[in-house]
Design a binder for this molecule. Sequence first.
Ligand code: ASP
Length: 412
Amino acid sequence: MKIFGLSLTSWIFVSLFLGIAAGLIFGDVIVPYADPLATIFLRLLRMTIIPLIITSILSGVLSIGSGKGLGRLGLKTLTYYLVTSLMAILTGQILVNVFKPGMNATIVLQTNAPEVAAAESISDLLFNIIPTNIFDSLADGNVLPIIFFCILFGYFVLRLKEPYLTSLTTLIEGAFRVMMKMVRFVIWFAPIGIFAINAKIVGTTGLEAFKSLGFYFVIVLAGLLWHALVSLPLLLRFVARVNPLRHYKGMIPAILTAFSTSSSMAALPLTIESVTTRSRVSHKIASFTLPIGATVNMDGTALYECVATIFIAQLYGIELTILQQTIVVLMALLASIGAAGIPMAGLVMLTIILNTVGLPLEGVGIVMAVDRLLDMFRTTVNVIGDSCGAVIIARSEGETLEGMGEPAANEE
Ligand code: ASP
């Protein structure tokens, strides 16, 4: 869909530059005008957060359970997803802490002093994951207990008999689709929101925040490249014992689709096609692992969530303790599981992490400027991660994958 002949992406770029220009030209005179628009956009985003988490986690659990149960294959798949997502997050965490892209541009906090989710100890943190009253957690927007409850709820939905199983699954799927439509609707307000947020930031603090943005972009990109070109190929080489180049060569159609659509879901048909016909993974493994992977395994998104959160903390001059960084890692993992495989889903999840860690939500307005472009790269890494998972699991199930990387018989 186009607005006045321009796509949403183009509008986002235009509104960013217009916002920066307005901030520079008008200074803090613009703030009273920009503030309400920014508030409306941020409130719209916030409005979707809790229902989105509930429905996406539930539908994720249900999609894992519906494929032949959580048996050996399920366990292997989940282990692979968790390990590689964590590897990606740690890569990002190391890079952002070593290079500190946001350190030299401390923005004066516009909001009240942040209440960082400072649970006194790890054990408190763990106890707090179990809600004593789920409605309290919902009202307070406490994300971890909500996720805990949803995973358990989803698990027991799967244990229902008919007709309850089908009716609840349909209801949850339906609710998830509605939430995704709402999110897409809110994203159409992004140009106005981005204009207002950036005009407000530049109007009050000048260009400082944006100098760091380029550095942040490079750090995320470096982390993504490292994960896709070093970490995952090493796993292919030493765990699956296949030639990574051959696998990557076969994946080119899926990779290009992921890059140009910024959607793991949109790329899924091509991912399945490439993994089965070119990397020679069986249909059984591919059709079990890849659809789940497209929803829950997002290495690129996980890395990005971690870097973006710590970068925003650095921008606002907030020092995160080891415990808070651990919460960020955990949240990045959960956010990547919860994010839907559609464009800019990771950005919505970022607001959840900022909420949970107690960082200013306005930070989203800053990283949003380069988000659309980063989304293309992180989605590509998400899809590469899924495809490597299918290969590694197929090998562990004894498949030989002979002829990997060669064109399928019908293409010759
Ligand atoms: N666009 C990503 C994907 O589809 C999700 C994200 O926004 O990080 O995989």
